[in-house]
Write a protein that binds this ligand. Structure first.
Ligand SMILES: C[S@@+](CC[C@H](N)C(=O)[O-])C[C@H]1O[C@@H](n2cnc3c(N)ncnc32)[C@H](O)[C@@H]1O
Length: 289
């Protein structure tokens, strides 16, 4: 189902999720990876593998930032990898691609210094098998980094601003002078599978347990995005109810800049002080002994 869903999603994925390969994308991805790795980690990794690489958000931005050397991207969806290859060509970047299920990686033991992924672990049915594979393909001393994994409690908390925004949407549309969103023609082709591809939302301890059982050391799970996420979901929910042609430029600027501002506030003030479980996204790092 993940292969089918993401093959269909590949063409419009970057536009739907605002995947950026400019300065913003580079900054966002580098900051996430550095934050997940923590202080004292190497600045650069030579042989890297991304699992569930999608259209290349992490690998291509990390290559542009000079954080990684020889990059291999794998994904269960050949459609996503085709979009990734087109993105890499457009950016003039060199990557190897390999269709692969994270539960059964077609790479030799100890082939990589860093294995990473963004928003992928929650799609994988057998996490223990996947973590055993990550440990196998990593060289001794190599690291794993995963970011953008949905937090079970963070997701429940984000339901509050989503519900509030749905209730306020008619008032908001009147205030900005927007018509309701036109009905979707026949629905998105992949919509029927949407409910099946997300297999997990995690409590932090579930992620750390899976990594430790595969033999990883120095395992750390942290949380990111709290206020930024509530703000982002409120705006996304409101915008989804309006005809996109009627949403004013000023509103879009407010939503974009407000999100970045709150993300900064989360990073500087809240992420070190509050329990990871309440944040919307979880990050995981660990080292192979
Ligand atoms: C939410 S997308 C994230 C893509 C990309 N990492 C990003 O951040 O934009 C999840 C990706 O994981 C891939 N995926 C799902 N199940 C997988 C599996 N078992 N093994 C490898 N990749 C998988 C999907 O095809 C999809 O490209």
């Amino acid at each position: 189902m993940n292969t089918r869903y993401h093959d269909v999603a590949a063409d419009h994925y970057d536009a739907k999720w605002g995947i950026d390969f400019g300065d913003l994308g580079l900054e966002q991805v580098s900051a996430k990876v550095r934050k997940a790795l923590g202080p004292g980690a190497p600045e650069r990794f030579e042989r890297t593998l991304e699992i569930g690489a999608g259209t290349g958000y992490f690998t291509l931005n990390m290559l542009r930032a000079g954080m990684i050397g020889e990059a291999t991207c794998s994904d269960i969806s050949p459609g996503m990898l085709a979009t990734l290859e087109a993105n890499a060509r457009r950016l003039g970047l060199e990557v190897k691609t390999q269709p692969a299920d994270a539960e059964k990686l077609p790479f030799a033991d100890a082939s990589f210094d860093l294995v990473f992924g963004h928003a992928v672990l929650h799609h994988i049915p057998d996490l223990d098998r996947a973590f055993a594979e990550l440990a196998r393909v990593l060289a001794p001393g190599g690291r794993i980094v995963f970011a953008g994994e949905p937090s079970r409690y963070g997701d429940r908390l984000a339901g509050v601003p989503k519900r509030a925004a749905s209730a306020l949407a008619p008032l908001w549309r009147r205030a900005i002078g927007a018509r309701p969103a036109p009905p979707a023609e026949g629905g998105a082709p992949d919509a029927a599978l949407e409910g099946f591809v997300d297999v997990h939302a995690f409590a932090p301890v579930e992620l750390s347990r899976a990594a430790r059982s595969a033999g990883f050391e120095e395992v750390r799970v942290s949380g990111e995005e709290l206020l930024a996420n509530w703000f982002g979901w409120t705006n996304r929910t409101l915008e989804a109810t309006a005809d996109p042609r009627d949403v004013p430029w000023g509103w879009r600027q407010y939503a974009y800049r407000g999100y970045l501002l709150l993300q900064n506030l989360d990073r500087r003030l809240l992420e070190q002080r509050l329990p990871p479980a309440i944040f919307y996204n979880l990050m995981l790092t660990g080292a192979r002994g």
